[in-house]
Each structure stands twice: as C-alpha cells, then as structure tokens.
Write a protein that binds this ligand. Sequence first.
Ligand code: SAH
Length: 351
Amino acid sequence: MNNAAEKLYRTGDLPDEELSALILSEDAEENAALVKYADEVRRKYYGSKVYLRGLIEISSFCKNNCLYCGIRRGCHDAQRYRLDRPAIIECAAKGYKLGFRTFVLQGGEDPVFTDDLMCGVISELHEKYPDCAVTLSLGERSRESYRRMKEAGADRYLLRHEAASPELYSKLHPPEMSLENRKKCLYWLRELGYQVGAGFMAGAPFQTADDIIADLRFMQELRPHMIGIGPFIPHHGTPFAEKKRGTLDLTLKLLGIIRLMFPDVLLPATTALGTISPQGRELGLKTGCNVVMPNLSPADVRKKYDLYDNKLSSGSEAAECLRSLEEEIENAGYHAVHERGDHASMQNKGD
Ligand code: SAH
C-alpha cells in the first residue's frame, strides 16, 4: 500500500480505508511521494507564486467559549483589546506600502463590532484601496450581517468549520455552539458570493483519523476556495492546557492530502505551523501551501491576540520583516507576489 499518494494524485480521491491508511502511514517513501505530488499540483495551478495576506487582528474580546482557544470568554487572564476604525485603516495603510494587496480582518466574536461599524471599515478600505481584497474572519454572524458586509465590499470570509464530526465538534465546543450553525454560516457565505475558507486543527484533542476523513468529506461537499490547516497548540489558560499538541508530521501530511484532493485551493502555511517548528512554514510551502499571512496588527497588541502558547509574532512572522519572509520563500524555491491572489477559478487567464 505504498502507492496511495500516487493514486490520490491521479484520481483526486481515495476510499475511506485507503485515506485512513495514508493519514496514519509513517512510510518515509510514501510521505516523500506525497510531498512531491503536492508540489507538482500546486505548481500546475499557481506556479511558484506565494500570496501574501496582511493579517489585522481587530479584537481579542470573544463571547464564545471554545475549549481550545486562548481568547475564549472564560480565559480570565487573557488581555483584551480592540482596534478602532482609524487604527484598522492605519494598519492597512502600513500594509499597502509594504506591498500587501489583501487585508484579513480577524477577531473574536466581539459584539462591539456591529454590522454598521464593520460596514464602515470595509467601505473605507474598499474606497481607499480598490485594488485590494478584503477578507473577514469574525466567526458566526447572521445571514443579513454577511450580506451587508459583502455589499460594503468584503470579498472573502474565513470560517474554519473546526470539526465536521458532530461528536468531535461537541468535545471542542461548549453546548451552546453547534456544528449545524457553523455549517449553515459557511453555506450562506458561499451563496452570498464570498470566496470561502473552511478548515480545522491538525491533532486537535480527541481527533481520530475517522474525524479527519469526515472533515475532508465535508469540504468535498462545501468546495471552499481556501482551507486553513494548522496544528493544535495548547494554551495554558484553557481546559485543554494539558492536551498534546498536533505534530508537524500530521499537519504536513494533511496539507499534502488536501492539495491533491483540492488541487486549486488556496492553502496557507499558517502561523501555528511556523510556531511548532522553525522549518514549519518552509516545509508547508514545499507540501502544497501557496499563501502566508504575516501579522500587520499594531506591535503593542500582538501578544494579546493569544490563541495558543508561544504564538509567533515577531521575526519573519511580522509584516515589518517582510523582506526576510520573502527571502525565506525564495530559499524554499517559491516567489512571494504582491497580488490580490484570488482563487485560480477567479483569476483572468493571461493576467
Ligand atoms: N473568531 C473567529 C476567528 C478565530 S481564531 C472564528 O470563529 O472563526 C482563528 C483560528 O485559530 C480558529 O479557527 C482556530 O482553528 C485556530 N485556533 C484557536 N485556538 C487554537 C489553538 N489552541 N491551537 C491552534 N489553533 C487554534
């Protein structure tokens, strides 16, 4: 069974049992083949391009209580902050000068960020930077809220589904949150014309190979434009403080599988992947990733957006160090580009 990677490369899918065996396989030859095919496929759709997104973490207040997350409502020693509209615009201005053409506004579910406030921020960004894409990652909101923000000029929305298995979802979240609502939000976003990002943590507590298969099957149905995959990393102030973190090997394995199952998807080498290993991001790029999201948040709040312990926030992770990140990307054999970086299906041929 050491040709599963090749079969996945040729057919774009595998039966559950073979997928499960590939997820669990420690066969070095098999894993090397997966990396090789993943790179071949990313180059077919995106060449050597790596898209940069400027991440602006707009609020560390959150009304939710996800068991894994360091900014959950119940984390009493979390430091809370929120950026106001001028501060967000200022981050974008700084990012624009550095060459970013996508801004990602991410935050906890903070009721202060009403639809009116968000629509104001989005339309100002849209007017000032018409050549840039605006991505939102603000959790679960109403259909009307998503509709208004789209109308104001938002292009994309990242909402990891977190776990497509109802059993696992309920072990990672408090009873008042539901997988059903999470999925409903993702389908609304799709219908409304957003480029949509789903995803989950590799090695989340209690996660089995069957759970991962459920995630892959759900994403085959949703067909997201982007898939965010990073290792779970415990945060000391959460109920999962003592749980084991996700491994580099499992995360890379899933990135490779996802590149072969979703050949033209936008796949970030995440901050969490860079946090668990100094080579994490480089290895991610070599295993099918084609996006990186450096941090554009104001330096004095960065440590406060504390999703998990030791989250990277300086070095080549920081937008100011863009040149060193660009070098890192070149050294890995790729090329950082200053483009909006839409999904392959939305890019004009010959651009
Ligand atoms: N409130 C937004 C943004 C959440 S933060 C939302 O609901 O989508 C972005 C992502 O960080 C989450 O989707 C989650 O998958 C990831 N994350 C949270 N805690 C983490 C942890 N302890 N380890 C790794 N990733 C984590």
